[in-house]
Design a binder for this molecule. Structure first.
Ligand SMILES: [Zn+2]
Length: 87
């Protein structure tokens, strides 16, 4: 079975561009706060507990999905809940 060697065309140009973008947007947060806060339920990775209630602030990430983030009152770890684009 012959091996078909692909040409080692590394996407150096794109990588360079991404690096430049990352450098310019380094200070900007990845998700934008919407200012909305509400009570949500999420999974706490520290307590390994599902359905923990937390007061979360809603963020919109780059892809337009909403995420609620807030501290778990029991341990202080940030709990996230993905709300989706239509939330
Ligand atoms: Zn916790």
């Amino acid at each position: 079975m012959p091996l078909i060697k692909k040409s080692p065309s590394r996407k150096k140009v794109i990588a360079k561009q991404e690096k430049a973008v990352a450098a310019t947007t380094n200070d900007a947060p990845k998700s934008t706060p919407t200012g909305e806060t509400s009570t949500y339920q999420g999974y706490c990775v520290k307590c390994k507990e599902k359905g923990v209630t937390f007061v979360g602030e809603v963020f919109v990430n780059k892809s337009g999905s909403k995420i609620a983030k807030g501290p778990h009152t029991a341990c202080g770890t940030t709990v996230c809940r993905i709300l989706g684009k239509n939330a």
